[in-house]
Design a protein around this ligand. Structure first.
Ligand SMILES: C[S@@+](CC[C@H](N)C(=O)[O-])C[C@H]1O[C@@H](n2cnc3c(N)ncnc32)[C@H](O)[C@@H]1O
Length: 203
């Protein structure tokens, strides 16, 4: 369900990069997976990101494939060891199998994976260093309970009888929590939570 929207956001990112002057075309694309966990979904979107960006760069006549920096974020208690002992190996093996050997002349791009332990409610990355931020089923927990929820009376979430002021409180808390100064200009972010998605561009 989410793949076409993710693909559309990545495509738009590359098209805007191609429109920029040659000297400013991105040579390295950076993405962050927030709340990556340590299971089958950890590198799922990262793989799509690398493949889609690589295909589009070829299609738009970029001379060489860009390199990729992929930041995997979760809380410090996450099993980062499993990611780097097993998942990272499968990731590189799959890339190699599907795209060929890395480096000049080959067709799989260089991908650098790094673990970033910490809460996504704190600053985790350098300013304007990310082109694409993705998160699935991790952002439904806000950093704090929004104010004014007592007006919501019988509900513990937004329901059809929830007053507009409560919806606004949730919205404002979400905006405060997810202001990304780390996004590069023209970058894109997407997150998925319990059937709701949001993709936004930073200008
Ligand atoms: C339900 S799992 C989703 C995992 C994966 N993204 C997926 O779609 O399968 C939620 C993940 O978010 C992480 N998480 C929750 N709050 C977080 C926070 N404040 N900062 C970073 N990670 C967080 C949890 O540790 C957990 O690994």
């Amino acid at each position: 369900m989410t793949k076409p929207i993710t693909e559309a956001a990545i495509t738009e990112l590359i098209i805007s990069s191609s429109r920029s002057s040659c000297s400013s075309k991105a040579k390295t694309f950076c993405m962050a997976e927030l709340g990556c966990s340590s299971g089958p979904n950890t590198l799922f979107v990262a793989m799509d990101f690398v493949k889609i960006v690589s295909q589009l760069c070829r299609k738009h006549g970029h001379d060489e494939l860009p390199e990729f920096q992929i930041h995997l974020n979760d809380l410090p208690g996450n099993d980062f060891n499993s990611i780097f002992k097993s998942l990272a190996h499968s990731f590189h093996a799959q890339l190699l199998q599907e795209m060929g050997a890395s480096g000049a002349g080959g067709s799989a791009p260089y991908c650098f994976l790094s673990g970033v332990p910490g809460s996504f409610y704190s600053r985790l990355f350098a300013a304007q260093s990310l082109h694409f931020v993705h998160s699935s089923y991790s952002l439904m927990w806000l950093s704090r309970v929004p104010e004014g929820l007592e007006m919501n009376r019988a509900n513990i979430y937004i329901a059809s009888t929830t007053p507009a002021s409560v919806i606004n409180s949730y919205y404002e808390q979400f905006q405060r929590d997810f202001y990304f100064s780390e996004m590069s200009f023209g970058g894109s972010s997407g997150w998925w939570k319990n059937g709701v998605n949001s993709f936004g561009e930073e200008k």
